[in-house]
Design a protein around this ligand. Structure first.
Ligand code: GLU
Length: 511
């Protein structure tokens, strides 16, 4: 295995929008491939046509693109191992199904839905809570192991509907190595004779997955823990196909748990706690269902990726901010945890804040362009850039420039109630009135001059900062807290500042 070149694949099924867990799987595959000079392949597993959702493949591609996870091979990116959509590989699988049938490792089954249901019902009544089509029950069903050769041929000749099931042996131990979990062993008594192929000409997930991993020369299968129970069947299929030397190295990633740590993170958890679980907004083809995404909520892809990387992996030291290149350098499967990773939306917000601060004012202005257009903010570029530099440290999303920092653009409409209650009183209002008079005569209305004026006022009147500043801030911004008032006042300009103070005195009275 060690001298084999690294080829990994992300193999989603286009059954809906890609969940955050799927993006993490793609990310770990990508990091592992880049770190090891390998190839990152996208394979669309669309054999189950009944679960196919229009637009899902496009959504997957757009999500990977937004996250910056560029693929080396995939649909529309030929790499010599295509096609990369399983529905386009239909003919490839027949040979393998035939080989399994010929060697007795698989068999035809003709049971109808009703017959299967009846079997399950009977088994449950007899005290088997999860009935299986297996080594024991199969003898009572209609299949090529229970029926005569002639009858099987007759049914096939008549074109009767059938499936091909794998012939799981009784009481054998399947062992394989998982790079995250170590050696894993399963007893075949817990496996059922899964369907590998249907007479509609389509293989099921299990067969297509194994055949494609083999044909695409996949060296490591990095996927979610929910696929761990399927791994023994996959290992058996390699064996049955005589490909035991080609079993890839398995790496089953830990689950992403909801913030309470109770169960897998679901869309319902996101709805309940108010955060998205999908990278991009999802609209179904009828455009009736629309589900929010990280991109549209104002998250930066770098922050999203950094956060996802930490859901199940850690670098072993205290560094938290990692560019994608740093992630590539530091990532290793050995440092992926076995136990579930609890999702923490607060941390996601924190990552976004950190990355926003790293952006230039220009970049942030660019990002909020749409908002500026929509809200018809009438300010020149220079003004907007200055406003951004003042508010930048206090925002989580680009659009917060205009919400958190609304007073930089608009007159305050409301005054923070708590600050009014605690800090707007006779005393502070009198100071504010005196300050107003002093401000009126200032000629150079810049932050340094205003700060000096303010400080001199405090010194001369022997009054504390906390007695005057909150009232001043409240009157100019409507808020109880915020960035430097001197910078805010310089940006607004003398006229607006005077106006706002006078307005507040009228609206709030003498305290
Ligand atoms: N098609 C499977 C999925 O939707 C892929 C599992 C695997 O990676 O083997 O997740």
């Amino acid at each position: 295995m060690s001298n084999k070149s690294v080829r990994v694949r992300f193999a989603p099924s286009p059954t809906g929008p890609l969940h955050i867990g799927g993006v993490r799987t793609a990310l770990y595959n990508y990091l592992f491939a880049r770190k090891n000079n390998g190839k990152f392949i996208l394979r669309i597993e669309d054999t189950d046509q009944s679960r196919y959702v229009e637009g899902a493949e496009k959504y997957i591609l757009n999500s990977l693109e937004w996250c910056g996870l560029d693929i080396d091979e995939g649909p529309n990116k030929e790499g010599g191992h295509g096609p990369y959509r399983q529905s386009e590989r239909k003919d490839i699988y027949n040979k393998y199904v035939q080989q399994l049938l010929d060697s007795g490792r698989a068999y035809y089954a003709f049971d109808s839905e009703e017959e299967l249901e009846q079997m399950r019902k009977k088994m449950k009544e007899a005290g088997h809570p999860s009935p299986q089509y297996n080594n024991i029950t199969r003898s009572n069903m209609k299949n090529s192991l229970s029926l005569s050769k002639e009858e099987v041929q007759e049914r096939l000749d008549k074109g009767e509907k059938y499936v091909v099931r794998v012939n799981i042996p009784r009481n054998e131990v399947v062992k394989f190595e998982d790079k995250i979990r170590g050696w894993v062993s399963f007893n075949t008594n817990f496996l059922d004779d899964k369907v590998l192929y249907k007479s509609d000409g389509m293989p099921t997930y299990h067969l297509a997955n194994v055949v494609d991993d083999y044909l695409m020369k996949i060296s490591h299968v990095i996927r979610g823990e929910e696929w761990l129970p399927s791994a023994p069947l996959h290992v058996l299929l390699y064996k049955f196909l005589g490909l035991e030397d080609h079993v890839p190295m398995y790496c089953h990633l830990p689950l992403i748990l909801n913030p309470e740590g109770k169960g897998k993170l679901s869309k319902r958890d996101g709805d309940r706690l108010g955060f998205p679980v999908f990278p991009l907004e999802w609209k179904d083809s009828s455009q009736e269902i629309s589900i929010s995404g990280y991109r549209e909520s104002g998250f930066l892809p770098e922050a999203f990726i950094n956060m996802l990387a930490f859901l199940g992996w850690n670098p072993g030291d205290s560094q938290e901010i990692f560019s994608i290149d740093e992630l590539i350098r530091s990532f290793s499967i050995e440092r992926v945890n076995k136990s579930g990773a609890r999702f923490n939306f607060q941390k996601m917000l924190w990552f976004n804040q950190q990355y926003l601060r790293l952006k230039s004012n220009e970049e942030l202005a660019q990002m909020s362009q749409q908002f500026i257009l929509n809200s018809k903010i009438l300010h020149d570029k220079k003004y907007i850039l200055q406003a951004i530099s003042i508010i930048k440290e206090r925002i989580t999303f680009p659009q917060d420039i205009f919400t958190e920092g609304s007073y930089l653009f608009f007159l305050p409409e409301i005054y923070d109630e708590k600050t009014v209650r605690k800090k707007w009183n006779n005393d502070s209002v009198n100071h504010l009135k005196s300050l107003l008079e002093e401000i009126k005569v200032v000629t150079d209305f810049d932050a340094t001059t205003i700060e000096k004026l303010f400080q001199d006022y405090l010194d001369l009147n022997e009054v504390g900062f906390g007695k005057v500043m909150p009232a001043l801030r409240l009157s100019v911004t409507g808020k109880g807290m915020g960035p430097s008032m001197f910078l805010i006042m310089e940006l607004l300009g003398k006229e607006k500042v005077l106006n706002r103070i006078e307005n507040s005195l009228i609206t709030l009275g003498n305290g």
